[in-house]
Write a protein that binds this ligand. Structure first.
Ligand SMILES: [Zn+2]
Ligand SMILES: [Zn+2]
Length: 336
């Protein structure tokens, strides 16, 4: 009898344990719910695209309906990274459509940006039809903003080359404005007497010779500023530095002492033969190197046309950083 009771209670205990265990598993799966919720909201699960269900290159479809998701899928099926920004996606989609129409096998080894140009590599031989198509699109990429896909130009920013429209370039270009007692750099106010010393930032200086970078240190703070000649207002900043801050290194920047109007953009931003605003060399500076290429009128005309296509005037007049020459002349006829 006692054995029967023991068995009865033991069975109940086992049943309770089993119930507790299943409950724990249930609780565990409930804990997983937020994660499942996130996965459900994954944009790639929701959107429709041509190759959503393709599993290999053979069943990957290339037609007029393919979009950015198909492009990402094609890169994934090739086992490569799509190392370009969204502004170039439409260009690369056009490229793969044209390659496919010319017998391409859908194999890609690299899709990336290098030196402000698209790099797209396949098995194609140098000089072949496919190779020529790729070269054509790589050339096109040099004039397309990698961020938004609008017309762009090659720019140097932070020591890196990239193709950007003026709007996206100016978004990453820093601005220095001089005030009565100091300067404002990217909306932060600094006083001259806060500065302890100014020198060249060596690493940057040698990384890119076209870019001069000043390392600015402060008295009461470990913060430092790196200000570059690619920043708008750099020349004026140098001109406003008072004597204590004109260290030996900074004196090397004496070429910033005088400023002239630019014949290309019309702004008071030319220092030592180079315009800080439109970033073109003056004709006199250009002529030293390319004397035999063009005459002055042709050079100014071409640069002004680029400045116009780049919407330079639109953005510079809005930002109001430089003084405009009242006698500025435009050499090309504007489209009415
Ligand atoms: Zn852009
Ligand atoms: Zn200029």
């Amino acid at each position: 009898m006692a054995a029967l009771f023991t068995f009865f209670f033991f069975s109940i205990w086992i049943a309770l344990m089993l119930y507790a265990m299943t409950n724990r598993t249930k609780r565990k799966s409930k804990e997983n719910l937020p994660y499942k919720h996130i996965v459900k909201n994954d944009p790639y699960l929701e959107v429709e695209y041509v190759n959503k269900h393709s599993t290999n290159l053979d069943d990957f479809i290339i037609n007029d309906e393919i979009n950015a998701h198909d492009l990402k899928k094609l890169a994934a099926l090739n086992g490569i990274e799509l190392s370009i920004n969204e502004g170039w996606y439409p260009l690369v989609i056009e490229l793969i459509k044209e390659l496919y129409a010319n017998g391409w096998d859908k194999k890609i080894y690299v899709i990336k940006e290098k030196y402000a140009s698209l790099r797209f590599s396949t098995k194609s031989e140098y000089g072949s039809v496919l190779d020529n198509i790729i070269t054509k699109y790589e050339e096109k990429s040099k004039r397309i903003c990698e961020t938004c896909g609008k017309d762009g130009f090659e720019r140097i920013s932070g020591g890196w080359l990239s193709v950007l429209c003026r709007y996206h370039y100016l978004k990453c270009r820093n601005v220095i404005r001089i005030t009565q007692s100091g300067f404002i750099y990217n909306k932060k106010v600094y006083n001259w007497n806060e500065i302890s010393n100014i020198g060249f930032d060596d690493k940057k200086k040698f990384l890119n010779k076209r870019e001069v970078v000043l390392d600015i240190n402060f008295r009461d703070s470990k913060d430092y500023l790196l200000i570059s000649n690619k920043d708008n207002g750099f020349g004026e900043f140098i001109n406003n530095l008072s004597e204590p801050y004109r260290t030996k290194e900074v004196q090397l920047l004496n070429r910033y002492r005088t400023v002239d109007y630019c014949e290309i953009c019309g702004y008071l931003a030319v220092y030592d033969g180079y315009c800080e605003c439109c970033e073109n060399a003056t004709w006199e500076n250009f002529e030293k190197v390319f004397k035999y290429v063009a005459d002055k009128a042709e050079y100014i005309y071409d640069c002004q046309l680029d400045w116009h296509e780049d919407e330079g005037e639109l953005y510079e007049s809005e930002r109001n950083i430089y003084i405009k020459n009242p006698d500025y002349k435009i050499y090309f006829a504007r489209k009415e």
